[in-house]
Design a protein around this ligand. Sequence first.
Ligand SMILES: NC(=O)c1ccc[n+]([C@@H]2O[C@H](COP(=O)([O-])OP(=O)(O)OC[C@H]3O[C@@H](n4cnc5c(N)ncnc54)[C@H](O)[C@@H]3O)[C@@H](O)[C@H]2O)c1
Length: 294
Amino acid sequence: MSRNLLGLIESRQAQVAVVGCGYVGLPLALTLWRAGFRVLAVDIDRQKVAALRACRPYVWGVEEPELKQALDSGDFVPTEYADEAAKSDVVLLCLPTPLDENNIPDLSALRETAEWLAQHLRRGQLVVLESTTYPGTTEEVLRPILERSGLVAGRDFYLAYAPHRYDPGSEGRRIGDIPRVVGEGGEASLEVAAAFYETFTPQVVRVSNTQTAEAVKMLENIFRAVNIALVNELKEVFLKLGVDTYEAIEAAATKPFGFMKFLPGPGFGGHCVPVDPFYVAWRAKQVGVECDFV
Ligand SMILES: NC(=O)c1ccc[n+]([C@@H]2O[C@H](COP(=O)([O-])OP(=O)(O)OC[C@H]3O[C@@H](n4cnc5c(N)ncnc54)[C@H](O)[C@@H]3O)[C@@H](O)[C@H]2O)c1
């Protein structure tokens, strides 16, 4: 099974569907087009699909000239849910993973999409979840829904989790410049998923399973959240004590070990960093651990 898909990936003949074309999915879809793949940019929001078709980009980092070039090539196709998209050789899920009104993970977009995919899944496809989520999601939520198709992950199709890493606002660091972590959700999936990510990233870091890859993403984002909160709080204290926080940080940053520089700012926002601690705390509670710190 893997020889066919590996061949299609290596020769760039694989068709890739990016499902969920928001801040993450749209730049990713264009990165893949640039890497030589035919890309279907799939979104449930008809206005976004119409905007793409009319060459009106709506997220940071996607410029009109490049979008026009991609559309004109015929190998970048914006679309609503379509059977053809679900049948693509590679399907990447870049769906929202917000919290509900009780601060509980809301995976409804992922579940709905998985059900749609399961109806069309075929042998030899690679499905990768890129959304940020708690450890266990791919194995316990995504895999069982996809396997309702009658196909088995690792035997009939490949399944992986590869957390998206994105540095919005950073001109110098684009998606294709950032190493990616990949964990497999079924035998033989790692080889195929890693081969795919190697076509457009500088380094693929293989981890043993999807739970570990999901944990990596939580670790990265919660590390960031904690350190931003810490430096902002210390700034308030230092201000009252007549200490220049920036001078203190610069001096501390000369320590060659055990310190990482974070600068005070307006706090954190966006899709991931404020949400992820709740994902981990919720999951921890399920397995009987109360998080005091997170
Ligand atoms: N924004 C970031 O910087 C960033 C970085 C890393 C990871 N992430 C993670 O990536 C995921 C996506 O984040 P985002 O910022 O791109 O979100 P977004 O809201 O900008 O984009 C999500 C897209 O999915 C579409 N969508 C919603 N439900 C859908 C469905 N059922 N089927 C198809 N499309 C659907 C929406 O219309 C939207 O265009 C989240 O899990 C987020 O935590 C975000």
